[in-house]
Design a protein around this ligand. Structure first.
Ligand SMILES: O=C(CO)COP(=O)(O)O
Ligand SMILES: O=C[C@H](O)COP(=O)(O)O
Ligand SMILES: [Zn+2]
Ligand SMILES: [Zn+2]
Length: 308
């Protein structure tokens, strides 16, 4: 089975559950994720950032993901995460990805539309789907008052116009999540009213949530127990993600939780086995930790088990 598009996955998921989109950088991360998805019989998106593509090289990630498809028989979508210009999107379309994100969210509205439209035209002509982004994630932790929210969070009317004018297949929005392990200073809050308004204006259209790691306390604690210094980390509560999955959010992006699971496990292995120096001794349990974490997400947060 070849790599697949996310279009069918989102159609099936809309309003009921979300598909997990996990960031990958190397073999162990890919294997941990796909083994979890296989056991859960879940739809799956593996995504590659520009940084990951630079780190591991396009060809290695491509071949690893193709190997994962062959090994598991799972329908997997391979997606470019946060493509920042036309060129990287083109390279991934030409290089076998089945989905790309063009992130024009840092540009003024009209420029974002023009850039996104250009990528959509190129990708659609070659059977590849496109995710766009409208609204700003960075720094939203501080956006507590209404005017700050209006400046950074996705405007519902603009979202509808953006989707109509660009022809994108899915849209990443800003409603209070952010990337990394430090998402909220006080009580976690997402703007569900805004999400409901956006979903109502683009009925049936797949919405994407970035910055959606829950920052599992057990991994933060384990990192810190073995020499880590990760203070005041806070993620999006599971209940909020479950709710988002019933409101039109079809794709939930997870990277930080993979990093934490892997690092916690490696720190523990190295600390507990100071005499060992075979990388397999700490990468095997790290891969297992990723698998267990991803299984938990699929089953209890995304609601995507047995949805193939
Ligand atoms: O949005 C993400 C990748 O695009 C990842 O978000 P996290 O940092 O919350 O895992
Ligand atoms: O949203 C970004 C992802 O977490 C990827 O991060 P990265 O650019 O460090 O690979
Ligand atoms: Zn972005
Ligand atoms: Zn992101």
């Amino acid at each position: 089975m070849p790599l697949v598009s996310s279009a069918e996955m989102f159609k099936k998921a809309y309003g009921n559950y979300a598909v997990g989109a996990f960031n990958v950088n190397n073999m162990e991360i890919i294997q941990g994720i796909v083994d979890a998805a296989k056991e859960e019989q879940a739809p799956l998106i593996l995504q590659v950032s520009a940084g990951a593509r630079k780190y591991a090289k396009h060809i290695y990630l491509m071949k690893l993901v193709e190997a994962a498809v062959e090994d598991t028989g799972l329908p997997i979508c391979l997606h470019l995460d946060h493509g920042e210009d036309f060129e990287i999107c083109k390279a991934c379309v030409d290089g076998g990805f089945t989905s790309v994100m063009i992130d024009g969210s840092k540009y003024p509205f009209e420029e974002n539309i023009a850039l996104t439209k250009r990528v959509v035209e190129y990708a659609h002509a070659r059977g590849v789907v496109v995710e766009g982004e409208l609204g700003r994630l960075a720094g939203v932790e501080d956006a507590v008052n209404v005017s700050a929210k209006d400046a950074t969070y996705t405007d519902p009317d603009q979202a509808a116009e953006f989707v109509r004018r660009t022809g994108v297949d899915s849209l990443a929005i800003a409603i209070g999540t952010s990337h990394g392990a430090y998402k909220f200073k006080g009580e976690p809050q997402l703007d569900f009213d805004r999400l409901a308004k956006i979903a109502a204006l683009i009925p049936g259209f797949p919405i994407v949530l970035h910055g959606a790691s829950t920052v599992l306390p057990e991994f933060v604690a384990k990192c810190n127990a073995y020499g880590g210094q990760i203070k005041d980390a806070q993620g999006v509560p599971e209940e909020m993600l479950k709710k988002a999955g019933t409101m039109g959010v079809c794709k939930i992006n997870i990277d930080t939780d993979l990093r934490l699971a892997m690092t916690a496990s490696i720190r523990e292995s190295l600390a507990q086995n100071p005499d060992k120096f075979d990388p397999r001794d700490y990468l095997r349990p790290a891969r297992e930790a990723i698998k267990n974490m991803v299984k938990h997400k699929i089953k209890n947060v995304l609601g995507a088990s047995n949805r193939l």
